[in-house]
Design a protein around this ligand. Structure first.
Ligand SMILES: Cc1cc2nc3c(=O)[nH]c(=O)nc-3n(C[C@H](O)[C@H](O)[C@H](O)COP(=O)(O)O)c2cc1C
Length: 199
């Protein structure tokens, strides 16, 4: 059975984290289900090469080469009939990268008015891995409390704040250092970013 992962890209700054994560996962024989919120599409179009429309056009434009057995399925974030909406859909983890404060608030309060919120809610109730990359600065007490609630309910809170001890030289180095931590948490063996201590 191929491993299945859900990646959601919401309207916080840092869509590049979601895109790099999808492309890192697609180097393995896995099934990846991608959801973008409406704001996620707008922000991604503003800060990356993504042009609104199907996400695979972004990867084609960047000449990404994927594993021959990997599959990428884009799911409409308003389609509650999609498999990821159901607890009976078995998968190996969901990552929201980046995770807006709006989406964080919905998840930490059990509000499921789009499929991203619903799929995350299902992860919590089914005890499946849910990794959130929340992005905002500074953080208000509301944001901090929502992170605490989500963490208490079982989510992993992984702010995309890269370390500099590996001496990153490019934006890709910085982004990959975070994507590497996500892959670690999804139990995927990789050599995406140097580990500490360095050889
Ligand atoms: C250019 C731009 C950058 C944004 N950056 C952030 C951000 O870093 N964090 C955040 O929580 N919201 C940010 N927002 C606001 C969210 O897009 C907005 O709250 C939206 O309702 C989130 O919806 P979603 O959770 O469905 O994606 C940004 C909006 C724009 C237009």
């Amino acid at each position: 059975m191929k491993k299945k992962f859900i990646v959601a890209i919401t309207g916080a700054s840092g869509s590049i984290y979601g895109f790099h994560l999808v492309s890192a996962l697609m180097k393995y024989p896995v099934e990846v289900f991608v959801l973008m919120s409406e704001s996620g599409r707008a922000v991604a179009a503003h800060e990356t090469d993504y042009l609104s429309g199907p996400i695979d056009s972004y990867f084609r434009k960047n000449n990404e080469i994927f594993h021959s057995q990997a599959t990428l399925t884009e799911v409409d974030s308003s389609d509650f009939f999609a498999p990821v909406a159901s607890g009976s859909f078995q998968h190996n983890g969901m990552v929201i990268a980046p995770c807006s404060m709006n989406t964080l608030a919905a998840i930490s309060n059990g509000i499921t008015d789009n499929l991203i919120h619903r799929a995350a809610d299902v992860c919590l109730k089914e005890k499946r891995p849910l990794i959130l990359l929340p992005r905002e600065t500074p953080l208000s007490l509301v944001h901090l409390k929502n992170m605490t609630r989500a963490a208490k309910a079982g989510a992993t809170i992984m702010p995309p704040s890269p370390g500099f001890y590996t001496r990153p030289e490019t934006i890709n180095d910085l982004v990959n250092s975070i994507v590497a931590r996500v892959l670690d948490h999804l139990d995927i063996d990789h050599a995406l970013s140097p580990r500490w201590p360095q050889a």
